[in-house]
Design a protein around this ligand. Structure first.
Ligand code: CUA
Length: 345
């Protein structure tokens, strides 16, 4: 009976541990690092967790012993005040002194290690080979790939693609309120503050798709302010980059052409840019290659034609408060616009 109980407890513990540890994996987890910076931060986190867990257990054990031990030899305060210090008090004094010194040493060591990790993580800033400028807006991310040659710069939205193994400088700005840029698998958080330029460096050590999230409450749709981060081999990144530099492709059929006309003659052009057309407003995301993105409305919906149609038809239902207004297109017009935008790979 006792044996069965022991086995059941062991099985439960193993299950709980498995759940806890698998909870660390994922596309948005600081404990599943995919980059040097996130790796150092996660290492520090596990070290803190280990050391502090041991201390916590020691304190609990001490409390437990004090609570259940019978009051033996309770003569601490007996006898005249000038008597020699009793051995039990001497032992206590020594024990407590050791504990206090140990605590100090542990705190200083952890502080030093934390400082060293900080220096190491920041030390990568100067070695960036690529610069991306991210501007936070309520509630989406404008992403510019800057190049010393202006014609080789381009803009996208709610998505960052990085070559694996290359440190990338990310310049962070905000247009309205304070946001916070956080891609947990790659690095810690950095705030985006109006009127100020911040910087962080990302380095992806392996290929993968990760999820970034605004980590500072910034209004109604703060939770739906996410971004996709794709780390890819250098050659694929270069090919993607070259494709992004091109203008939007011409409509491939009559429906797409009709959609393009509707887009250019409706309220859409008040906010969006499509390179290669007369649409050149910079209020909302650049749509030149919108159909190549992984999600819509800053990570709110996965990208597909149906979601695109739903989003244009009634953005306020999908993301209440979004700056994207209801455009009031007729079903025919909507069909054309969706066909056109979906051709913009
Ligand atoms: Cu932007 Cu929260």
């Amino acid at each position: 009976m006792k044996r069965a109980g022991g086995l059941a407890t062991a099985a439960l513990t193993a299950a709980a541990l498995t759940v806890l540890l698998t909870g660390c994996e994922g596309v948005q987890s600081a404990l599943d690092p995919a980059g040097h910076q996130a790796g150092r931060i996660a290492g520090l986190w596990w070290l803190f967790l280990g050391v502090l867990t041991v201390i916590y257990l020691l304190v609990l054990a001490g409390l437990l012993i004090a609570a259940i031990r019978p009051r033996r030899r309770g003569r601490l305060h007996q006898g005249p005040a000038f008597a020699k210090e009793p051995p039990i008090e001497r032992r206590l004094t020594r024990g407590l002194t050791a504990w206090a010194v140990g605590t100090g040493v542990i705190i200083l060591t952890l502080t030093g290690l934390s400082y060293a990790v900080d220096r190491d993580v920041l030390g990568l800033t100067g070695r960036a080979e690529l610069e991306i400028e991210v501007t936070a807006k309520q509630w989406w991310w404008q992403v510019k790939y800057n190049d010393p040659v202006p014609s080789r710069s381009f803009e996208t939205a709610n998505e960052i693609r990085l070559p694996v193994g290359v440190p990338v400088r990310v310049v962070l700005k905000s247009q309205d309120v304070i946001h916070s840029f956080w891609v947990p698998n790659l690095h810690g958080k950095t705030d985006l503050i109006p009127g100020r330029v911040n910087e962080t460096t990302l380095t992806a050590d392996r290929e993968g798709r990760f999820r970034g999230q605004c980590a500072e409450f910034c209004g109604f749709q703060h939770a739906n302010m996410a971004l996709d981060v794709l780390a890819m081999p250098r050659d694929r990144f270069d090919a993607w980059r070259a494709a992004q530099l091109s203008s939007a492709p011409a409509p491939g059929d009559a429906l797409q052409e009709q959609g393009r006309q509707v887009f250019l003659s409706s309220a859409c052009v008040m906010c969006h840019t499509i390179h290669g057309t007369s649409a050149a407003s910079r209020v909302g995301p650049d749509l030149t290659h919108v159909a190549g993105r992984l999600s819509l409305a800053a990570g709110t919906l996965p990208y597909n034609k149906g979601n695109l149609a739903g989003w244009i038809a009634d953005p306020q239902r999908i993301k209440p408060g979004t700056r994207m207004p209801v455009t009031g297109l007729s079903p025919d017009q909507l069909q054309g616009v969706v066909a056109y935008l979906d051709s913009l790979k």
